[in-house]
Design a protein around this ligand. Sequence first.
Ligand SMILES: Cc1cc2nc3c(=O)[nH]c(=O)nc-3n(C[C@H](O)[C@H](O)[C@H](O)COP(=O)(O)OP(=O)(O)OC[C@H]3O[C@@H](n4cnc5c(N)ncnc54)[C@H](O)[C@@H]3O)c2cc1C
Length: 510
Amino acid sequence: MARSWVSTAPAAAALLLLLPFAAASSEQGGASPPGMLELTDTTFQSALSELPDDRWVLMEFYAHWCPHCQHFKPEYEKVAAYFHERGEQEPVVQVARLDCAEFHKTCTKFKITGYPTMKLGLAADFAALALDKVTAVQAASWHADSVVAFIGQHLNVKFNTDSLSNGGGGGGAAVGALGRKGGIGGGSALVQHAHEADTSGSGVAAPLAAARVDLNDVEGATVTSWQYLAASPQLLKGPEARQALKDWVDLLADGHPVERCRLGAEKLQEALDELWPDDSDEPEKGLQQMQICPGSRFKEWRSCRGTRPDSRGYTCGLWQLLHTLASRLPETENAGAVWLAAVKGFVKNYFQCSECAKHFVRHAGGEEAVAVARKRDAVLWMWRTHNIVNRRLGAEDRAEPAKADPASPHTQFPPVELCSTCRRGEEAGDSKDEAVPWDEEQVYRFLLEFYSGKAQAQQAAAAGGGGGGGSRPAGWADAGLLLCVVAACVYGVLRKSGQYSIRKSSSRLL
Ligand SMILES: Cc1cc2nc3c(=O)[nH]c(=O)nc-3n(C[C@H](O)[C@H](O)[C@H](O)COP(=O)(O)OP(=O)(O)OC[C@H]3O[C@@H](n4cnc5c(N)ncnc54)[C@H](O)[C@@H]3O)c2cc1C
């Protein structure tokens, strides 16, 4: 039965589904910066074959949606400019990059499992896809001078990196950390894309509605995560990856709010043992050809749409999916623990922003996570965890406002305007980041309402935390949806105008 469901025309469908991401990616960079060779699956081998065989090539495999790739982008471009300025001085190094979210075939051949990944080798070896002949770049930090220093060490040359570490456009940030030092695009690009977003006439919601929990985007994150996962056979290897996939699919089948995704996950559940037997190191090809939300109409991000093509989108949708799944758990003893194991396994094995995954998994192995047992624990743990990330990114937004998404600064959630009872005391509205006096009972009620609609919140309140739960119909209660839409619009306006404050209090850093 399972086999008969497997799609027999996956390639074309997958290509069609990937189109929105391809468009976003090709838009992101605009004109290539000096010295940068931008590659695709089609041009990879031909362009590299045209270089002298012994030309050194520094290659970045990245994904346009990956926050850490975005932070690293200006540094990498400085490396390209540096070698460009050296001209034909030996050793000549050509700097190149490839967006794996769009051109996954070549990345698969190079067995890329996380982004960003840099490799150094000879043009002829890259062109021949000779994976074993190129070297993984392990620079001391994600700054241009460190990357150039690594190349120098490898080639036994002392490059002068003074121009990169002083001035040179922004070296000198903390070593070892991937912050937003150097940023994610210039101010003029922001203005230009914001304008395009407003006037495109595409019918897509403007960033104003960005905070709205929108099932279109929850579905988008589900479809997108499956596309990236299915396009990366190097991730689908070994017992841990199999278990992580199984747990993730179970979670979606039990609680996805969109019916077609729930049904798609159920089909996958049925097929998984056959398509990836537990004694097999990797799945049959058929697994990658299955769809997680068959018949999905997802095309573009709505509430998660950023003001630039490469901002927000997938990561925003993924957070929303994870919160939504938590808010729809049943009220059983260990539902929260099962959810956390599945989420941790998914992020560790299949969320390819390497630094994001590293931080998240470390946090998910901490003390607070061990205490997650029931649904309430899971919902609140995820909320706190997300707020820790928001706090860190919010500080970076404030330090370099030109590099933040102007319509979506990272702030503590929920703001008082969305939930007036979530903060205790009269000072709550004005309280700074470090002093938000949360009323967690109210926060919990709010999150249930925000992520799973009024009906479920009432059910939970009436049951006093001990009610039935389980899967419920895909549609949202009308009243709940209306409340969320109104609340989200208020939130969007306030986020845009930066009227509420950020908390710095948590002792844990993610
Ligand atoms: C697991 C994970 C780890 C990440 N780690 C990093 C990282 O280490 N470094 C990095 O630069 N980026 C990281 N990101 C990306 C980053 O958190 C944002 O997703 C990205 O910057 C886009 O931000 P955004 O404005 O769309 O809002 P997001 O932070 O993506 O939030 C999406 C929506 O969720 C809701 N929301 C916000 N906060 C909460 C909360 N506390 N509880 C419930 N709902 C909330 C709001 O409606 C908001 O619009 C990570 C993403 C994920 C999914």
